[in-house]
Ligand binder design. Structure first.
Ligand SMILES: NC(=O)c1ccc[n+]([C@@H]2O[C@H](COP(=O)([O-])OP(=O)(O)OC[C@H]3O[C@@H](n4cnc5c(N)ncnc54)[C@H](OP(=O)(O)O)[C@@H]3O)[C@@H](O)[C@H]2O)c1
Length: 305
């Protein structure tokens, strides 16, 4: 049998214009691989075309479009988009699983989250659990679930509050240490595993960032990085956090799904399962993230400095 790695088959990347998919698509193209990039917006996919990428537009709830995308492919990077509603998540994971099955795809890396072992009560992560289950039911598919830590990039949402109110307020406990990782590291890890295709059956790997950090520690690092060393973390009650999310433009039902996740983190329901090891530790420190991503975003958006 010819090793799949030896074939220059097609890779299909869902969410190719996003945080993680774009890194994977660029990496595989740089290795001379055939890459089909998928998203809804053709303009956001266009930048891959001069590098040899094939752009395909389609919605993740469209099983027919996804089946076409996966047919004949060697491997795919699968993810759900950021949650719009729990119902949408189920529709999207149904369509992805149906398309994977009908296309006969043999290899996939699926972007999940830490906490996806828990079947309910974890907000958006509940949809990732359900999606993992649907993919696990597909015989013949070699599947690697990447259960990524809390994104460091989630903290970017606090920029306007820091600028406007001079605090970092959030519902998470101030001193609870949680794994936080840079999305770049998710992309780099997934890209290498897709290149190597060194997994079989159904496997799971948590990715836990460089180290665990509390929100108070993260706030102190942000404060130093943006030249506000006195920046304080303030824990908001859940109802205040719900209001903050709604003021940021989130529909109330979606905000409530996030509140459910924050409660699950605070109560330890949503927590890493693997002991930290070399395999699940990723390189980017929070300090580096603040220097390279947070501070430029903060200063770029700052009205005054
Ligand atoms: N935030 C966290 O802490 C965290 C932690 C672990 C895992 N995750 C998971 O990470 C995933 C998001 O990954 P990411 O950060 O790489 O993505 P991202 O940067 O948010 O980008 C989403 C991508 O999906 C595409 N997309 C959005 N809606 C779509 C739709 N309905 N149909 C087809 N394509 C669509 C977008 O392009 P277009 O808009 O052009 O279509 C874009 O390419 C989510 O499943 C989330 O649960 C998040």
């Amino acid at each position: 049998m010819v090793s799949p790695v030896a074939l220059n088959g097609m890779y299909v990347i869902l969410g190719a214009s996003g945080n993680t998919g774009s890194i994977i698509a660029d990496f595989l193209l740089s290795k001379g691989k055939n890459v089909r990039v998928v998203g809804r917006d053709a303009r956001r996919l266009q930048r891959f075309v001069p590098k040899g990428g094939e752009a395909l537009t389609g919605d993740m709830s469209d099983a027919v479009a996804l089946t076409k995308a996966f047919r004949g492919a060697l491997a795919a990077y699968l993810l759900l988009p950021p949650i719009t509603s729990r119902e949408d998540q189920e529709r999207q994971s149904d369509a992805i699983a149906k398309a994977v099955k009908e296309s006969g795809l043999r290899y996939a890396v699926y972007l999940s989250s830490y906490g996806a072992h828990v079947p309910e009560g974890t907000g958006p992560v509940t949809g990732l659990h359900s999606s993992e289950q649907k993919l696990n039911a597909i015989g013949g598919l070699n599947l690697l679930h990447l259960r990524a830590a809390y994104y460091m990039e989630n903290n970017l949402a606090a920029i306007s509050m820091i600028q406007g109110m001079g605090i970092f307020g959030h519902a998470l406990l101030p001193d609870l240490k949680l794994p936080m990782m840079a999305t770049r590291d998710v992309g780099d890890y997934a890209a290498q595993r897709l290149l190597d295709l060194n997994f079989s059956g159904k496997q799971t790997r948590e990715l836990l960032g460089e180290r665990d950090l509390s929100m108070a520690e993260a706030t102190a690092i942000i404060g130093r990085g943006i030249g506000k060393p006195d920046l304080r973390y303030v824990q908001f009650p859940y109802d205040r956090m719900q209001q903050v999310l709604e003021q940021m433009g989130m529909p109330p039902t979606k905000a409530a799904v996030y509140i459910e996740m924050f409660k699950a983190i605070n109560t330890g329901v949503l927590a890493a399962q693997e002991p930290r090891s070399q395999e699940n530790t990723t390189p980017t420190s929070f300090e580096k993230f603040v220097q390279e991503v947070f501070a430029p975003a903060y200063h770029g958006k700052a009205v005054t400095d």
